[in-house]
Design a protein around this ligand. Sequence first.
Ligand SMILES: CC(C)(COP(=O)(O)OP(=O)(O)OC[C@H]1O[C@@H](n2cnc3c(N)ncnc32)[C@H](O)[C@@H]1OP(=O)(O)O)[C@@H](O)C(=O)NCCC(=O)NCCS
Length: 262
Amino acid sequence: MNPLKTLLTLKNDIMDDIDNILQKDPAAKNRLEIVLAYPGLHARTLHRLSHTLWQKDYKVTARTLSHITRVATGIEIHPATKIGKRLFIDHGMGVVIGETAEIGDDVTLYHGVTLGGVSWEKGAKRHPTLGNNVVVGAGAKILGGFTVGDNAKIGSNAVVVKPVPNNATMVGAAARMIDKEKENHQKSNTNLNNQALFNAYGLKPDSNDPVASSISTLLIHIQKQDKQIENLANTLCHLDPNFCKEEIHPICKDDLEVLENE
Ligand SMILES: CC(C)(COP(=O)(O)OP(=O)(O)OC[C@H]1O[C@@H](n2cnc3c(N)ncnc32)[C@H](O)[C@@H]1OP(=O)(O)O)[C@@H](O)C(=O)NCCC(=O)NCCS
């Protein structure tokens, strides 16, 4: 392609990016503001240069430029990443886009988004591919070399570890306990836990929080004492039926709801 045509295409693409931001961000007032104060635009524009350098095999120069971009904008895009038209990175700080990620047209990413990998295998597709029109909310992590379909929405702080179909909305984190030792330890404590009518602050007696642990231990102790008193009272009732006339209502879950809702 001749240099003049390349420059003209570049100018059109950047204008397209600016108009896209003006259209999508209600906070954007005019083009000049976008050119001066939108780190997402700066990062995307510099990525065009670093990507070209990467393709021409100036790998270290390309990586250095992407590093300088990161220092200036807080947005890290690997020079090898393939990006479509009108990418809008809003706010931008903390965005990380990995080497083998691919981004379609009209994608929006908010701050704190990671398009990351979970494998160290060189040459493998380690990072996700986003289709067209995908929106990724603030703080969301998409981890792995799978595809997020067209028009998908990823909620803020979601952790996505599996392919996402077209038009899907994904929320929530995929994290779950995988520490088997702790799981077994919890199983051995099941009997102890079953004695509790409720868990203060929603925490179990083996919680790491020392205050919650103490409260739970006290509650279990009180329940054991209640049981003992009930047995004594039953025995006394047999001896003197008048003893049972005044009934003490046991503490129930509802009385302590305020603690659970803390
Ligand atoms: C995921 C998202 C796209 C869903 O939008 P939506 O389709 O309009 O969904 P709604 O707001 O109607 O919420 C539907 C349900 O999902 C829940 N939900 C919405 N977003 C969620 C999120 N990020 N995490 C967990 N649950 C979420 C809502 O509480 C609601 O639950 P309910 O049905 O039990 O009440 C949107 O909430 C989101 O997270 N967008 C990203 C915004 C962002 O990052 N902004 C940063 C600007 S700086």
